[in-house]
Design a protein around this ligand. Structure first.
Ligand SMILES: [Fe+2]
Length: 255
């Protein structure tokens, strides 16, 4: 399996605290069947600043440690970037980076709302040939209340990623329902762990795919897995047609 969103690098953010924890997380990832993981430390969220130089250095050191400990996990570079004023300049200057060297960038919104500037930012990103992947939309209050706001962003060219624990129910029933509904409406393109630690925020990716197979159908699991592979290979992503809020296909599910 490929995991495109994780906080596995040591000491950069609120994820792994140190190398020992990162190695334990890496072993757990491999045990679950993850062979490739994109390290996406928080960047520009007001608390953490991890520019490309810091991320690449940390990835390089961690890859060496994994090799030394014979842990067969391929770690690739990335960031989870809060939408901020200088984002476009920083992409052009190289201090903000894409996922795994692709043309896809992982964007984080505040939990309470969608940034006012998002449509302008998306337009500029698209002009640069960059596709934004919106991290965990199911945990954004504005999207949870009105999924059509995510539909609008998808129609403008964004993709989205739900968190494994949302599908698994770890964050509660309402977030699970929201996540599954977004999936049903084809507003989701990836499932990934957003793993932070070994205690309450580990991977759960295999479990999420199992849950998704039961709740949505195996074809969704195949779709998410193929999309993650396409992303790390810098290939275009197959995009299923999203459905409107009036579609019974998704609405029926929670009736
Ligand atoms: Fe994250």
């Amino acid at each position: 399996m490929i995991d495109i969103h994780s906080h596995i690098l040591p000491g950069l953010d609120d994820g792994s605290r140190d190398l020992e924890e990162s190695l334990a997380m890496a072993k757990e990832a491999v045990r679950e069947g993850i062979d490739t993981i994109v390290a996406t430390p928080h960047h520009a969220n007001g608390k953490y600043w991890n520019d490309s130089t810091q991320v690449r250095s940390a990835v390089s050191l961690f890859r060496e440690a994994l090799e030394k400990h014979n842990i067969p996990l391929d770690v690739l570079e990335g960031q989870e970037i809060r939408v901020y004023q200088e984002l476009l300049e920083d992409i052009q200057s190289g201090s903000s980076i894409m996922l795994a060297g692709s043309s896809y960038i992982l964007l984080e919104f505040p939990s309470s709302r969608i940034p006012d500037t998002i449509e302008d930012v998306m337009h500029e990103l698209r002009l640069l040939g960059i596709t934004p992947v919106i991290a965990h939309p199911e945990r954004n209050a504005e999207i949870a209340q009105c999924p059509d706001k995510l539909l609008r962003l998808i129609q403008l060219g964004a993709l989205s990623q739900v968190t494994s624990h949302s599908i698994n129910g770890l964050f509660g029933k309402s977030i699970q329902e929201c996540a599954v509904n977004l999936c049903r409406r084809n507003l989701v393109h990836f499932v990934s762990s957003d793993a932070h630690n070994m205690s309450n925020r580990a991977f759960g990716l295999g479990a999420a795919y199992d849950a998704a197979a039961g709740l949505l159908g195996h074809e969704y699991v195949t779709y998410y897995q193929a999309n993650a592979e396409s992303l790390i290979r810098s290939q275009s992503i197959e995009i299923w047609e999203p459905s409107s809020s009036k579609s019974r296909k998704w609405y029926q599910f929670w009736k």
